[in-house]
Write a protein that binds this ligand. Sequence first.
Ligand code: C5P
Length: 417
Amino acid sequence: MDADLTGKKILLCVSGSISAYKAADLASHLGKTGAVLHVVMTHAATGFIAPATFRALTRNPVLTDVFDEPISDRIAHIDLAQSADLVIVAPASADLLAKMAHGIADDIVTTCLLAVPQKTPLLVAPAMNTVMWEHPATTANLVTLKARGVEVIEPGSGLLACQDVGIGKLADVGEIVEAITKCLCVPQDFEGIGILITAGATREPLDPVRFLSNRSSGKMGFALAESAARRGAKVLVIAGFTTAVPPPGVTLVRAETAEKMKSLCLSWRRKFDVFIGAAAVSDYAPAEISEQKIKKRGDTENEITLRLVKTPDVLAAIAAQKQEGQFVVGFAAETENLLSNAQDKLRSKGLDMIVANDVTAEGAGFDTDTNIVTFLFPQDEPQSEPQFKSQPLPKMSKKEVADEILNAIRSRIHHDL
Ligand code: C5P
């Protein structure tokens, strides 16, 4: 049965791939959900399927040229991009992905895409020949788009129109409709809930040009922030250094050092129901920060010694000052004895939940898009054996891990909607 998307405005962008004809089937399915559908097509797409097909399926004008202006006093590409609740590019050709990645706006489709606000979900369903799909240029363009928050509905494998067998078939229409539905029907189960998240790596300066830091990218913390905001939470992220793109709809404050992160978190702590410490905070910082760049010494001195001092533990400080009803979550990134180390942190820092992951495992840890985690919670009865409850999860994307973390939190906090 088709989902109910009554009144949701969807912009369908069709580009020039042989599978453009399947976009008509997609339009037909979306029409049955009650969604209001508008279609824009590249010139190449019109070589595969006629605009009249989409006009009949959507009962709306179909734009194929940037100068098509169905309403005289409105700028069509701005209107379409900004009024959409969701934008889907299906099929997305290699050329269109390249243009999107580089911000090119030279036709109606790419011009609309550049005008889509950051907060609007943007999905792409690529379809192309296997060699084009596997080309380093396409791979790099997809990395760029994913980092910007674009959701990629991966193509399938099989016999392609060019008679090659391999990856590159447009995903099934059912799968595309499901991805769209999932994006548009996000439960607002965090409405009215405040979440404070730390993310990224702190940098502890040694001198004006050097610092101690770690490999954290900030992807996990940002995925949590994005997911929480989409589910209705009011989100404040206090982030150290990150390579990930900050999500829309959240307030972001930068904190370079552990000390700064702690003082910001403590100053905001009363305003939040949930605290998630996803930052990789340096455990030690240089005892002295040199005002000038430390110079290489003469030929006789081959060693220098750095004296390090412990940094404040942000998470433990928040947990120690926890107020009635607040829920505190930490992360344990481990390279050995995963569960026993995570259990020790859960207990010693006084947490309500810890997310344990072995950073040496394939597809887990720093700067990957996936993670393999186990949740640990204290037992309700302190005397129970074992003293914690564990919930292992399979390998999944950091976005999915973020949703699972939020599901676990939501089922444990007492906040009526
Ligand atoms: O003790 P450890 O660093 O392994 O604990 C990891 C957890 O503690 C993470 O949630 C991290 O954000 C938090 N942490 C912190 N402040 C520190 C060290 C770790 O908030 N100085």
